[in-house]
Design a protein around this ligand. Structure first.
Ligand code: ATR
Length: 277
């Protein structure tokens, strides 16, 4: 019997989430009997509400977004290594035995986006510079370490937060530097990643001069509104490779969809256009 599989994204607020658009597109594209909804649930009731939705509410699994990723981590019975290392859960599923399995697909999203857009990029060929030390940075650092990056310079406005992150993930490979030294830090870098919201529409710009990066260096931004941030425009003008932020959002959704619906979906230009429109 082809039973309806109900899933969704939980956040607070949730109305700006692109996830329903992405998953509903795939459900239709692959002809699957599923339903993906957006649920606005305040953090103080998630602990009681989540088990209820999975047990009595008929939901199979959820994505979690701000501010729920850390709370969800504590509500899972089983966590995969990505969720454990990142310290946050963005995808969960109720298993047949009733237990809740949690994972984090943000690192996968970041890496697969680069792999799709720049298949020849070699993560092990040089030093990476990561700007920011929030939740997104933590996932991206985990992803880079998984890819065998041997040296990472981490800069954050609040350097203490960068140090905590480096210590938690790999103090031998991740070195912090003061935020004010970022122009120097990117010199000779093979990869530069902005994980802060700087450069996003309505936010302050990211002030950074991309001078003397390694030949063939890649510059990535996780900001996708605008798609071409000032950072990426500057990188392009200086002849460096660039990868936009929208793909991370699209790719992080793929393993979640596979977990619930059994099909690893593709990221196509059609889907990208739909999400950006
Ligand atoms: P996310 O989960 O998206 O990573 P976050 O955890 O709130 O969001 O992290 C936001 C990041 O952007 C942090 O690294 C933050 O720096 P601080 O740790 O010093 O707060 C960075 N950020 C935000 N506004 C900034 C600004 N005006 N200048 C520099 N960095 C900024």
């Amino acid at each position: 019997m082809n039973t309806l599989i109900k899933t969704g994204v939980i956040g607070h607020p949730i109305k700006h989430s692109k996830s329903p658009l992405i998953h509903t597109y795939w459900l239709q594209h692959y002809g699957l009997n599923g339903q993906y909804e957006a649920l606005d649930i305040p953090p103080e009731i998630l602990k009681n509400k989540l088990p209820y939705l999975l047990q009595e509410g008929g939901y199979t699994g959820f994505n979690l977004t701000i501010p729920h990723k850390e709370i969800a981590f504590d509500l899972c019975d089983v966590l995969d290594p990505a969720a454990q290392q990142i310290g946050a859960v963005n995808t969960l599923i109720k298993r047949a035995d009733g237990s809740i399995f949690g994972t984090n697909t943000d690192a996968f999203g970041f890496i697969q986006n680069i792999r799709q857009q720049k298949p020849d990029f070699d993560f092990t060929a040089g030093r990476a510079v990561v700007l920011g030390a929030g939740g997104a940075a933590r996932a991206i650092l985990y992803g880079l370490l998984q890819q065998g990056v041997r040296e990472i310079t981490l800069l954050n406005r609040t350097q203490d937060k960068a140090e905590v992150l480096a210590k938690a993930l790999d103090p031998a490979l991740i070195k912090t530097q003061p935020w004010a030294d970022r122009d120097q830090a990117v010199r000779g870098a093979h990869l530069v990643v902005n994980t802060t919201a700087l450069g996003m529409m309505g936010q302050a710009p990211l002030e950074l001069t991309l001078q003397d990066l390694a030949p063939g260096a890649l510059v990535c931004d996780i900001v996708y509104a605008p798609l071409m941030t000032d950072l990426l425009l500057q990188a392009q003008a200086r002849g460096y490779e660039t990868v936009t932020g929208i793909g991370m959002l699209l790719h992080q959704a793929r393993p979640a969809f596979e977990l619930w619906y059994g099909t690893l979906p593709d990221v196509t230009s059609d889907l990208e256009r739909l999400v950006l429109s």
